[in-house]
Design a protein around this ligand. Structure first.
Ligand code: PLP
Length: 397
């Protein structure tokens, strides 16, 4: 504690990531020889597709080992502009509106930092991805959380959003498909929320679409910025390569924004990290230049994820006392465990100690009474984990 006074407001206020903490504890138990069933991971358990790795290796051999322009390698920015026009339907995107960052997390942070001044309010639907409120705090902003539980399929309503907007609101965050719930908003639902945003002057929308390809049950992804050019002027679309192409360790995030915001984001990046790793960007170029190979890799992964989703969902629903919504995106399920009379932290701690099953407690996602399970793990872990979870729940009575 002797040096605590040297810590800044930002360092004192920021909470460490609870998802990484669970992961660390589970890994420590595994290292000590315990047979852990881990449902904590926020990353696909597949390797990066070979053709993407090869392109990066070639880039290294070709000497792409120097600084790149802060906003990204021009060829990658151009390919991304084309992807957002053709695939996501956002009209007229120019490469100047695209910024490539070291990870989607940093893209989100810079988007927030570029628009939020101390005291500004940011509306965050809960359950939320753990980092949004912390990023808002780091910008000096105020996070205003609106909650949509299982009874609302974890999706906020236009009335809730309207009621939360004040004169100080600058930004609304939308994340579909969602981490931690796997919820996916329909086009109609997004349109209704966008209408509320558009009715309030000076309010912008950050649409985090990092799980855009990870959809099941015939769901379709919609980018709000594709609705009209007026809407596009108020939307910052954030995504990345991590979840789609199993590239979490590559650290490559993307952002598409109105030119003024994109320019500010690039300036912030130029003074903090400079560019995303140069040769890694060449792997991303291959992913976009070979859409057929990329699509095939994603389709293969999706098939496996879908099978595991159904296995885990069926198993969770068969355990007395657990309620679980049918998530239609990402690779998470978010069951309600309230009926056991333990808070989510105690539930997760005791489950890990008693049965060596790692789940993430809902508190860090703004949702007490729930836990998050990732099915980015093997069928065998899912089957064994479910048996242990059932035994644990029975022991709680
Ligand atoms: N957005 C959401 C909702 C996420 O779940 C994550 C990662 O867990 C990210 C953004 C950032 O991903 P990355 O920084 O690995 O690209």
């Amino acid at each position: 504690m002797r040096h605590a006074s040297i810590l800044s407001t930002w360092a004192r206020n920021v909470a460490p990531s609870p998802t990484l903490a669970v992961d660390a504890k589970a890994k420590a138990l595994a290292a000590a020889g315990k047979d852990v069933c881990g449902f904590g991971a926020g990353e696909p358990d597949f390797d990066t597709p070979e053709f993407i790795k090869e392109a990066c290796i070639k880039a290294l051999r070709d000497g792409k080992t120097k600084y790149a322009p802060a906003a990204g390698v021009p060829q990658l920015r151009e390919l991304l502009a084309a992807k957002y026009q053709q695939e996501n339907g956002i009209n007229g995107v120019q490469s100047a509106q695209v910024v490539v960052s070291p990870g989607g997390k940093f893209s989100c942070y810079l988007a927030i930092l570029s628009m939020i001044s101390p005291g500004d309010e940011v509306i965050i639907p809960a359950p939320y991805w753990v980092s949004y409120p912390e990023m808002v705090k780091l910008a000096g902003g105020v996070a205003k959380v609106i909650f949509a539980g299982q009874e609302l399929d974890f999706k906020i309503t236009p009335d809730q959003l309207r009621a939360a907007i004040t004169e100080k609101t600058r930004l609304v965050i939308l994340n579909s498909p969602s981490n931690p719930t796997g919820a996916v908003y329909t086009r109609q639902e997004i349109e209704a929320l966008v209408a509320v945003v558009m009715a309030s002057e000076n309010v912008y929308l950050m649409s985090d679409e990092i799980y855009e390809y990870l959809l099941y049950d015939g769901m379709t992804h919609y980018s709000p910025a594709s609705f009209s050019s007026e809407v596009a002027e108020r939307v910052i679309t954030v995504s990345g390569f991590a979840k789609t192409f199993s590239m979490t360790g590559w650290r490559l995030g993307t952002l598409v924004a109105p030119p003024v915001i994109a320019k500010a984001v690039a300036a912030l990046q130029s003074q903090t990290t400079s560019n995303a790793t140069t040769f890694a960007q060449y792997g991303a170029i291959a992913a976009l230049e070979q859409p057929q190979a990329a699509r095939a890799a994603v389709a293969e992964m999706l098939q496996v994820f879908n099978r595991r989703r159904q296995l885990l969902l069926k198993g969770l629903r068969s355990i007395s006392g657990i309620e679980c919504a049918r998530a239609q995106g990402a690779f998470y399920l978010f069951p309600k465990i309230e009926s056991f009379g333990l808070d989510a932290n105690a539930f997760a701690d005791r489950l890990l100690d008693a049965e060596q099953v790692a789940v993430v407690p809902g508190g860090g996602f703004g949702a007490e009474g729930y836990v998050r399970l990732s099915y980015a793990t093997s069928d065998s872990v899912i089957e064994r984990g479910l048996q242990r979870l059932e035994r644990f729940c029975k022991s709680l009575g």
